[in-house]
Design a binder for this molecule. Sequence first.
Ligand code: UFG
Length: 322
Amino acid sequence: MRILVVGGAGYIGSHMVKLLNQRGFEVTVLDNLCNGHRDAVRGARFVLGDLYEREILDQLFEETRFDGVMHFASYIQVGESVREPAKYYRNNVFKTQNLLDAMIAHRVGHFIFSSTAAIFGEPIRIPIDETHPKQPINPYGRGKWMVEQMLEDYDTAYGLKSVCLRYFNAAGADPDGELGERHDPETHLIPLVLQAAAGRRPHITVFGQDYATPDGTCIRDYVHVNDLGEAHLLALQRLWDGGTSAAYNLGNGNGFSVREVIDTARAVTGREIPVEYGERRAGDPARLVADSRQAQTELGWTPHRADLATIIADAWRWELHG
Ligand code: UFG
């Protein structure tokens, strides 16, 4: 089977490519390397290009008959999306539409989309299941939700089958230590905490300690990047088996506070992790925890690296040796 992975040089995409490769798929990666890393693409054909360029897409789809397309290429910083919405709508919405239109023109019918918990906005109930209202509060979340709705319409009109996977907090790294998180700038909690543990940062700043949570810091549902990869494979299999289009929330169903993450990182690394307390970061909900029972029952998804210490240990290996 031949899979096109758009954004396969990025954090989650590169782990996906490795998994697909291990399972015997023939993988082509399309990435513009604006945030990805060429050396993170292992065992796949690499095409440098941007979704903006319809000619590249036409050429790719003419050359190769893909059995599925996975789309990881997007900007991911919530704060930046508020300051620069044009950048986010162009990249995350318009370019995605370009990809979908090319797929339809070339009759490629199976699409897996990287969506996000940010489509829900400020949660009205926890844990968050698929029926929770979608009221995104920033351009990043709104763009992702727009694409989800676009996909529904494209299924109705053109028969394009898709699965949207709404990641909660993607974390961890390849257990073999070959791949990991390499964002620039890094904004995510676990890599920042581990950089502080490694002495590459003076401290970690905790954004707010007055939230309505037991220890006052925000609670998140951290899910291992390899477990997310497994969900993509199962989602594609669902479509190949003739399943209908769907959307799933992906998390472990366990929430950990920022303080708990830091304490677990101290235990895993055995290092001092200096902490400073700062202001709340705008747009951070107090608590985001997934109800992923639908992915478990409908896709047969079982996270294998759900334990927070395991997630952090994998990320630590990458921090030390990556
Ligand atoms: N945090 C800190 N200090 C830091 C960095 C983060 O205290 O230096 C806190 C945040 O305030 C938040 C938690 O750690 O409470 C997790 O923050 P991340 O930036 O790691 O992750 P987010 O929950 O903000 O974001 C994730 C994805 C986004 C997505 C969002 C959905 O990375 O792409 O979930 O709500 F939009």
